[in-house]
Write a protein that binds this ligand. Structure first.
Ligand SMILES: C[S@@+](CC[C@H](N)C(=O)[O-])C[C@H]1O[C@@H](n2cnc3c(N)ncnc32)[C@H](O)[C@@H]1O
Length: 474
């Protein structure tokens, strides 16, 4: 590493920020796709924006579509997802810690390095177009620096950089795979611990997590069947969910599909569908009329529960703490037997005695990183304990609200053991509850391990990495 640092370009320092003109001086030939990508990366870094939301807003505002929009998406998502890997390479090409490089300059370097290492865009175009952006946003004195760093980056391809920078697979298998698949080490370790593997299966899981997911629709029970929905949308019936349809790649905005506009279907990952369906499938003795969704926003599972409740004659109370998310639940479940309550699920004030309760708890979201390119670098291990405490309290509250003999289904979109088995074990130890074998309620889904919990995985099931436990109140 030190050897590599010799002769590296000096770069503008953070302490001496690049001068910015009142308005960016943009060359007339500036490439619109790269401009959007850079502006989104900057918004993600500076104001914690969500890359997907920011990107679609900027594409709309600048009326960019077609190939330019495709390239902007590829560059934004790619550079955001691969940030840790790109930073390791850039770090090897500059003479100071990256923390001392001006933020905008670093965004430019990430964008340029991504093009050089992970796309087939010719080197000349990658470097020149990125240098133009740096000149416009960070001043002409940065152009030489960005040019020099990117030239250094281009001296090797991704594989050669990884051979140089990744820890040895023999002594640090997780660290090696983490860098190769552009994941933070703590997330790779969490996956390894959940899978019980730090070899080929971990590699498959991390690679799948680095791949853009298919879009699934859920056919609203009582309105349209999955077969009909597949026929109308040109999709195919999903392998496991009785209501799922997988859309072909390149379908465009699913919100524009007629069945979605007509509220006969909505976008929902197949794993989420399976967990909501499982919550309704556990056999009950006695009544089966009052259902509760204790963490309902924005309403994906509440909508499926509501539609199933309408068919079976049950009603659903949907609790959501955040008022704006509660409004989304109201909108999504309009016309269904669902009553929305803005409340803290730990102290909802609702009358106990529910037959079924779903706790789809707030979590790290490590199971849906495929959908949010920047999330893996934003989440921190220090987020886990606070979430675990909240999950614990919500699950305990659910067990207080369900009747004896009723069922609580606990779901998180994360394979992190502290959020999954850890929470369930802790609550079951303190509550009157029996753990059921959740696999029984995931009909036809293969590779569910030894139970009693279900952990879905992108590389095994093509779904988000959802965890599901089913408890019966004793
Ligand atoms: C994982 S999301 C639920 C997703 C939802 N079930 C769906 O399928 O669309 C967790 C939700 O719990 C909400 N939440 C967080 N803390 C809460 C609390 N103490 N009580 C109730 N809801 C809470 C969050 O605002 C968030 O909307």
């Amino acid at each position: 590493m030190n050897e590599h640092r010799r002769g590296r370009p000096a770069r503008p320092q953070r302490g001496r920020p690049a001068p910015r003109k009142s308005g960016p001086r943009r060359p007339p030939h500036e490439d619109p796709a790269r401009r959007v990508a850079l502006d989104v990366l900057r918004a993600v870094r500076e104001r914690d924006a969500y890359a997907n939301l920011e990107l679609s807003q900027q594409l709309r505002a600048r009326r960019i579509s077609g190939r330019d929009a495709g390239l902007a998406t590829e560059l934004t998502y790619g550079a955001a997802r691969a940030q840790g890997l790109l930073d390791a390479v850039i770090d090897a090409c500059v003479d100071r810690p990256l923390s001392q490089v001006d933020g905008v300059v670093l965004d430019c370097l990430r964008l340029g390095a991504y093009q050089l290492l992970r796309t087939r865009i010719p080197e000349h175009a990658s470097v020149t177009a990125t240098v133009d952006l740096a000149r416009a946003d960070a001043g002409s004195h940065t152009a030489g620096f960005v040019n020099a760093v990117l030239r250094k980056v281009s001296e090797k391809d991704e594989a050669a950089w990884l051979d140089e920078l990744a820890p040895s697979a023999g002594t640090d298998a997780i660290g090696n795979l983490a860098l190769r698949t552009a994941h933070p080490r703590w997330i790779a370790r969490a996956f390894a611990e959940s899978l019980g593997d730090k070899g080929p299966e971990l590699e498959a899981a991390l690679i799948a997590d680095d791949t853009r997911p298919d879009v699934h629709l859920v056919a609203r029970p009582g309105e349209i069947s999955a077969d009909e929905l597949a026929a109308v949308t040109g999709g195919e019936v999903a392998p496991y969910s009785p209501y799922g349809v997988r859309l072909p790649a390149g379908t465009g905005d699913p919100g524009e599909l007629e069945p979605v506009r007509e509220r006969m279907a909505s976008v929902q990952d197949e794993g989420s569908q399976l967990c909501a369906v499982a919550a309704t499938r556990v056999p009950l003795e006695g009544t089966d009329e009052r259902w509760l969704d204790l963490c309902a926003g924005p309403g994906g599972k509440a909508t499926l529960l509501g539609a199933l409740a309408a068919v079976s004659g049950a009603t659903v109370d949907a609790v959501e703490k955040a008022p704006h998310r509660a409004r989304l639940v109201e909108k999504a479940t309009d016309g269904l037997p669902v009553t929305v309550h803005v409340a803290d699920g730990r102290d909802s004030g609702l009358r106990p005695g529910y037959d079924r309760v779903l706790v789809d708890a707030p979590c790290t979201g490590l199971g849906s990183l495929r959908r949010r390119p920047e999330a893996r670098w934003r989440r921190q291990p220090s987020d886990v304990p606070e979430l675990v405490k909240l999950q614990d309290e919500l699950l305990a509250a659910a067990l207080d609200l369900v009747r004896p003999g009723g069922v609580v289904t606990y779901v998180v979109c994360s394979p992190h053991l502290a959020e999954t088995e850890g929470v369930v074990a802790d609550v079951v130890r303190k509550a009157k509850a029996q753990t059921l074998d959740a696999r029984e309620f995931f009909d036809g889904v293969p590779q569910l391990g030894d139970g009693p919990y279900v952990q879905l995985w992108p590389h095994r099931h093509g779904t988000d990495a959802m965890f599901c436990a089913v408890l019966r109140r004793t």
